[in-house]
Design a protein around this ligand. Structure first.
Ligand code: SAH
Length: 493
């Protein structure tokens, strides 16, 4: 059973508490505190209850419980030590659709009283639905220590300023920015030190001085290859401040989970859902949100400036006078190399690295194949899965050694990472045998041989040895059905 959380306004409302012992006393205290008009029904009372009755803040009925009383109250609490009485009160309240709490009896209760951290007007309530009260209490103690007592004063101050904040800032995003500064800035720290008047002054001044609208902006953030640990601290901060996040399909769910919960998230992957979001549409989205005063994060897989069209987006923003920043990310080549145990440069094996994307169709093939075919350099090839056969034949035609090792990294740094290794002569064939799928990055060069000995993350590399009778490796080969897709992709290329 899952409870519906509810905060009740009981001020000047009648509540009946059946029972007059210490448990009843605790309930009455909290109800009185909330401004309820409490009637206690019990022949005997604790000294404190008696005092409240004498001073007139609590009414008293010493006679046996009467059903008719239920018609005049909003809530009932049964806190006697007699289970039969509690059960009767619970049943009669239920017949009247009146919420009833039976102390320490979840089954007889139609409402539960949570453990509370009171920073009125701010209240934090915790309930385990009566299942694990010790856990709720333990959590309450921890939060009690975490939440400064001055939070109540901060809430009061925010309430006071609220109508004026609303008036001053038309845009919700601007309002939120002002509140964020109020809650985390000097005003909150003055309150923590007990300087309430100064805090009020400071807040008033800040409100008077704040610009009426904030200019929106765009931060281009590199999300890295998937492992959320590879996001930069600056990228994390941008995600926490964002009003809107426009993200690619390649950005992992784990990274997205780190962003502010109420930021609007829009997937603009080139294959988002089933529709196709064009670059022009992405530009329009960035512009529209930034012009509405929002902080936009344009979140891209890897690094925004490596095959990410980040440059085009900045040119667009610049042309439209929108402020921007760029937060680099760990690009797939660096991440895949690290997570496959392949150093991109290595003394004696490679003195240079090239990041390239191989579109081998004649129309947009501007690569210098002769240069790429030279030995002792590492090629990191993005977006290559459908292009491998052509890549392989071009490099061989231009004289790269057929025995040059490669490591193909699929889903680099993610839970399902696979690494397929072999030689240039076997490249396209091995990708088909292992049904390598996007996102995958090809590392080709002498250094790729090190994957065999330096691998540390995820499953061991699928080596170049024959797959049949190789002591279990064949079991890791994908089922044949999927190989058809890859073959088709290879033929299209
Ligand atoms: N801006 C990105 C690259 C975008 S292009 C970056 O800097 O990494 C998309 C290509 O990147 C994919 O086709 C694939 O080749 C590569 N890629 C991205 N993430 C990857 C990952 N986790 N594992 C393997 N390759 C990846």
């Amino acid at each position: 059973m899952k409870l519906y959380p509810l905060f009740a306004d009981l001020s000047h409302r009648s509540v009946l508490v059946v029972g007059g012992g210490v448990v009843a006393e605790r309930k009455v205290a909290a109800l009185r505190d909330a401004g309820a008009q409490v009637t206690v029904n019990s022949p005997a009372l604790t000294p404190l209850l008696r005092r409240w009755v004498e001073e007139g803040s609590v009414a008293h009925r010493p006679e046996p419980f009467r059903e008719a009383w239920l018609d005049r109250v909003w809530l009932v609490v049964a806190a006697t030590s007699d289970r039969a009485t509690n059960a009767l009160v619970s049943e009669l309240a239920g017949l009247r659709r009146l919420f009833v709490n039976v102390v320490d009896d979840a089954a007889l209760s139609s409402f539960h009283v949570p453990a509370v951290i009171d920073r009125a007007p701010l209240m934090v309530a915790i309930s385990s639905g009566g299942q694990a009260p010790m856990l709720a209490r333990w959590l309450r103690e921890r939060l009690e220590a975490l939440l400064d007592p001055s939070l109540g004063a901060l809430a009061t101050l925010a309430a006071r300023l609220r109508p004026r904040i609303r008036l001053r800032f038309g845009q919700p995003a601007a309002r939120r920015r002002f509140y964020e500064a109020l809650f985390a800035g000097p005003v909150a720290s003055l309150l923590r030190q007990g300087h309430e008047a100064e805090a009020r002054n400071d807040a008033e001044q800040a409100l008077a001085a704040a610009p009426r609208a904030f200019a929106g902006s765009v931060v281009l953030v590199g999300a890295g290859p998937g492992d959320p640990g590879l996001l930069t601290l600056r990228g994390l901060r941008a995600l926490n401040e964002a009003d809107v996040i426009l993200h690619d399909r390649l950005v992992s769910a784990e990274v997205l989970a780190l962003s502010r919960r109420d930021a609007e998230r829009i997937e603009v992957g080139k294959q988002a859902g089933n529709h196709h979001v064009t670059q022009a549409q992405i530009h329009r989205l960035m512009l529209g949100h930034a012009r509405a005063g929002r902080r936009v994060v344009r979140l891209k897989g890897g690094d925004p400036f490596v095959f990410g069209r980040g440059g085009e987006e900045l040119e667009f923003l610049r042309a439209h006078d929108i402020a921007y920043e760029v937060v680099p990310g760990i690009t797939a080549a660096l991440a895949c190399a690290a997570y496959a145990g392949v150093p991109l440069t290595h003394r004696g094996h490679a003195q240079s690295v090239r990041l390239l994307t191989a579109h081998c169709q004649a129309s947009n093939d501007t690569l210098d194949w002769a240069a790429l075919a030279q030995e002792k350099q590492t090629l990191a090839v993005y977006m290559g899965v459908g292009e491998l056969a052509q890549l392989q034949s071009r490099l061989l035609e231009h004289g790269r050694d057929p025995a040059t090792p490669f490591a193909m990294v699929e889903n680099g740094s993610r839970a399902g990472q696979r690494v397929v290794t072999g030689t240039l002569a076997q490249l396209a064939e091995r990708a088909v045998v292992h049904a390598v799928r996007s996102p995958a990055l090809l590392i080709l060069g002498e250094v790729a041989a090190l994957a065999g000995s330096l691998a540390w993350f995820g499953a061991p590399p699928l080596g170049a040895a024959p797959d049949i009778g190789d002591g279990g490796r064949a079991a890791r080969v994908r089922p044949a059905a999927r190989q058809d897709d890859v073959l088709a992709a290879l033929h299209q290329a």
